[in-house]
Design a protein around this ligand. Structure first.
Ligand code: SF4
Length: 417
């Protein structure tokens, strides 16, 4: 098979792995326009120093001896198959890099023969890039569940990031949908990667092993598992293995026929809300149970972001006095993000803040004002108790905009919610 055809098949097959930031982005393009977010091969990721970089995103092969129902590359799937030789991936990476198309490589694979053999093939690509081509770009390798510790520790020497995808939050889901996989084996793989990271750090050589840490992916909506179950699992993985990121991938059943799979397409907003809740857990001091307790059916509110939804469920804690409240309580106010909490804590040492001060900080007052008191603002507490508060906040928050929902846009840009 010619190289271009292999590239078409194996770059397309890799697009279902959400571990790159641009995965799943859709954009309509005018006729004769340029640019395509859904074309093969290039995705984006963030380096440890925060730069956004382009990666060549490929599978080494989409041939797989396993049969995960939610995966287009499963053994029983009727898709065209292809397989790169490791040297072909090396050459493609170098050629694309020299043409300035990419700054790194994201390489995953179906399971060929067994976990160790597959891991060896992935390592060979990374090792050749590093040792024979002195390639200093970013390399993200899949950590194959069940691969030996020795191989995982070798992979971390060449890769900036390793990711073992856990896919489902509970073993019952895997039993139904991915019978060859076990949570225990995937977590053992994460534990081995963590061992490598900890060992390098303890030796004062943290940049010599998976310097960008490890991540994983959870498929959302393929099984009955609720957001509560998914976020509880994600939190446990963060705590146990110090993962840098958990990615969430909304399942779309179009190409799948397994009767155990859910038939409905997962709303993209569900995935978005999970990312917001994940952000609250990682950066705002929320525990998973706080974000998920009291949810109808165990799933996050699609109408309200999880911070606003939490505030609406805990109205007795509000209004919060921005001039006196603790940092942890300030972080819980809808519309005030991490950066502004730091600024508020600094400024209030010198004078009491009023609404104008918050406006100058670009606090989203249309959301925050219902939940705070300031030197010159004391909201009507009865308004805080009204059943209409959710719609009042949203009516104020969503301004007509060229880009649609202003709240979503600003969250996407700043990460502040
Ligand atoms: S092991 Fe990976 S590539 Fe193979 S069927 Fe499962 S998810 Fe797909």
């Amino acid at each position: 098979m010619e190289l271009k055809r292999k590239l078409e098949i194996l770059a397309d097959a890799a697009k279902y792995d959400a571990s790159c930031a641009s995965s799943g982005s859709h954009r309509t393009r005018k006729r004769n326009g340029i640019g395509n977010t859904e074309g093969m091969g290039i995705c984006h990721s963030y380096t440890p120093d925060g730069r956004c970089i382009s990666l060549l995103k490929l599978l080494l092969t989409n041939v797989c001896i396993w049969d995960c129902s939610y995966c287009i590359n499963r053994r029983s799937s009727n898709v065209p198959r292809a397989r790169f030789k490791p040297d072909e991936v090396v050459q493609l990476t170098i050629d694309f890099y020299k043409r300035n198309y990419i700054e790194g490589l994201f390489l995953s694979s179906g399971i060929i023969q067994n976990a160790d053999y597959t891991m060896e093939q992935l390592i060979r690509v990374a090792k050749t890039l590093r040792e024979e081509h002195s390639f200093g770009g970013y390399v993200h390798l899949k950590a194959v569940p069940g691969a030996s510790r020795e191989l995982l520790l070798e992979a971390g020497k060449y890769a900036d990031r390793l990711s073992a995808n856990i896919e489902m939050p509970v073993q019952g889901d895997l039993d139904k949908l991915a019978p060859e996989k076990t949570i225990a084996e995937i977590e053992d793989t994460m534990a081995d990667v963590k061992l490598g990271i900890d060992d390098a750090r303890d030796r004062g050589k943290k940049f010599t092993f998976a310097r960008a840490g490890q991540s994983t992916q959870l498929v959302v909506g393929a099984s009955d598992s609720t957001d509560k179950t998914i976020l509880t699992k994600a939190e446990a993985l963060y705590n146990k293995f110090q993962l840098r990121r958990v990615y969430y991938s909304a399942f779309s059943p179009a190409a799948f026929t397994d009767p155990n799979l859910k038939k409905e397409k997962t709303p993209p907003m569900r995935e978005h809300r999970l990312y917001e809740a994940d952000w609250l857990i990682r950066n705002y001091g929320f525990a998973a149970h706080e974000v998920t307790t009291g949810l109808e059916g165990g799933n996050l509110d699609l109408e309200n972001d999880p911070k606003l939804a939490w505030a609406l469920r805990h109205r007795s804690l509000f209004p919060v006095d921005v001039n006196r409240a603790s940092k942890s309580l300030l972080l819980r106010i809808p519309g005030i993000g991490i950066r502004n909490v730091s600024r508020i804590l600094s400024i209030r040492r010198f004078h009491r803040l009023g609404l104008e001060d918050l406006a100058r900080l670009k606090v989203t007052l249309s959301r925050a004002k219902w939940f705070i008191t300031t030197a010159d603002h004391n909201p009507d507490v009865f308004q805080l108790d009204t059943a209409k508060l959710s719609s009042l906040v949203k009516r104020n928050a969503i301004q007509p905009s060229l880009f649609g929902d202003q709240t979503l846009l600003s969250t996407a840009i700043t990460g502040e919610i």
